[in-house]
Design a protein around this ligand. Structure first.
Ligand SMILES: *Cc1c(COP(=O)(O)O)cnc(C)c1O
Length: 434
């Protein structure tokens, strides 16, 4: 038996936290099967009757099968052209890896970028069995290609996939597959002649099992693409946010806002579309009767203010402990950097705070700055929050393009991403020579 010794709880308690304890159990099981194992068989968390000891294959990047594209077929567009169309432009290759409950993960493949083939009855198309990640690879000013903390994305994807009953995997192997794609397509699509540029990497897992009926899929597909993505971190005049309407909640305690699953995003588009039509960049999602500030669009949200009681400068963001918001890699990095490098000057506070507190700070002249943070929007200055008919203007620094703490934090992160500062968060990729 490869059952983990999950602590057995008093009867009743076990029912109360069935989801979180189930998730923890699955993650622990995955940890055991991750190469740290001392020779026992992999379980993948898909055991029949929960008692399987059968050998089903783990993801294994060393088994990669490569079908190369003809590199002369497509030219690399410049950044502006690449982002001007209606379709995301991907690089020459993608990675795919198929899974079945019976045999586990097949050998991963690199193949020319192109359409997937799915049955119309595939689980993902009906029951939103999908999760994804978003990270970038960066062409450094030192000529090197880097990923930024890809281990955090791989671990988060494991949590997301298990949350929606898709198969688990060894996150280290996912990291290797991401690095493989970047090493292969980086030299051509992110050439050394474009330092300071990036490609966007999108790993995803979908339930492909072609059987209708609400059930955990017994077939799935992992794929990874690399693509262009427009820069969104410096909209002219800063990003303007519209608070969420009272009749829509993006994520809730007990829901799945903490997992990067597709089901979180589609239903938010209606409000976002309306806010955009009114000239706003994103929705500031409020939660609960007190209107707690949670996230800005699909980014984490930070406010800098002077504390009401002490007058001290605080960098404030929503907490992770109630599993309402996403544990962003950018968010986490900002919290860690600010605690380390702004110690003594700025207090870093992860706590619930409400839109009324932001309004009050504004009316008392204590609001210093605000920004959204995530891989896509990077660190994006926020200049205005519109809430129930009122505009809160947020200071944008001397030059009017960014608050000063926002700019400082952004520079620190960029220096790590683009190799101006050698840092353990920047993982250098060994590139294939073109
Ligand atoms: C992806 C995402 C973020 C940002 O996470 P990063 O790891 O920093 O890219 C924040 N909030 C939501 C809802 C997201 O989907």
């Amino acid at each position: 038996m490869t059952q983990t010794s999950a602590k057995r709880q008093p009867e009743g308690a076990q029912d109360a936290d069935l989801t979180s304890s189930g998730l923890e159990h699955k993650i622990a099981e995955q940890g055991m099967s991750n190469g740290h194992s001392k020779g026992h068989s992999f379980t993948n968390g898909v055991a029949t009757n929960g008692h399987s000891t059968s050998k089903i294959a783990e993801i294994d990047a060393s088994k990669l099968v490569v079908h190369l594209a003809d590199p002369t077929l497509r030219e690399v567009p410049d950044e502006a052209t690449a982002c001007s169309g209606l379709e995301t432009i991907c690089t020459d290759h993608m990675v795919t890896c198929a899974w079945t409950a019976a045999s586990g993960w097949a050998a991963p493949e690199v193949k020319p970028y192109g359409p997937l083939s799915l049955m119309p009855t595939a689980s993902v198309l009906h029951y939103a069995t999908e999760c994804f990640e978003g990270l970038k690879c960066y062409r450094g000013f030192d000529g090197k290609l880097r990923l930024f903390r890809p281990d955090l994305n791989a671990n988060r994807m494991l949590m997301s996939t298990l949350r929606i009953s898709l198969p688990g995997f060894n996150p280290k192997e996912l990291e290797k597959l991401i690095a493989t794609l970047v090493a292969l397509d980086g030299p051509k699509w992110l050439p050394r002649s474009r330092p300071g540029s990036y490609l966007y990497l999108r790993p995803a897992i979908i339930g492909t099992h072609p059987q209708l009926g609400v059930q955990a899929p017994r077939q799935a597909l992992l794929f990874i693409t690399a693509s262009f993505m427009p820069r969104m971190d410096a909209p002219v005049g800063g990003m303007k946010l519209h608070t969420s309407p009272e009749d829509m909640v993006r994520a809730w305690v007990g829901g799945f806002g903490y997992a990067k699953v597709g089901a979180n995003y589609g239903p938010s588009l209606l409000a976002t579309q309306e806010a955009k039509a009114r000239g706003f960049g994103q929705i500031l999602w409020l939660y609960g009767p007190q209107g707690e500030c949670t996230e800005a669009g699909a980014s984490n949200f930070f406010v800098v203010w002077k504390a009401k009681d002490t007058g001290k400068i605080q960098l404030v963001t929503a907490p992770l402990d109630d599993r309402l918001i996403l544990d962003g890699v950018t968010r986490r990095s900002i919290v860690e950097l600010a605690k380390d490098r702004l110690a003594g000057e700025v207090e870093v506070v992860e706590r619930k705070y409400t839109i009324d507190e932001v309004l009050e700070a504004d009316s008392e002249g204590r609001l210093v700055e605000a920004f959204a943070a995530g891989t896509a929007y990077f660190v994006c200055p926020v200049s205005l929050i519109h809430h129930r008919g009122k505009d809160v203007e947020i200071p944008m620094g001397k030059k009017g393009d960014s608050g000063e703490y926002t700019a400082q934090i952004k520079t620190w992160l960029m220096d790590i991403m683009y190799g101006r500062e050698q840092h353990k968060w920047g993982m250098v990729i060994d590139e294939d020579t073109p």
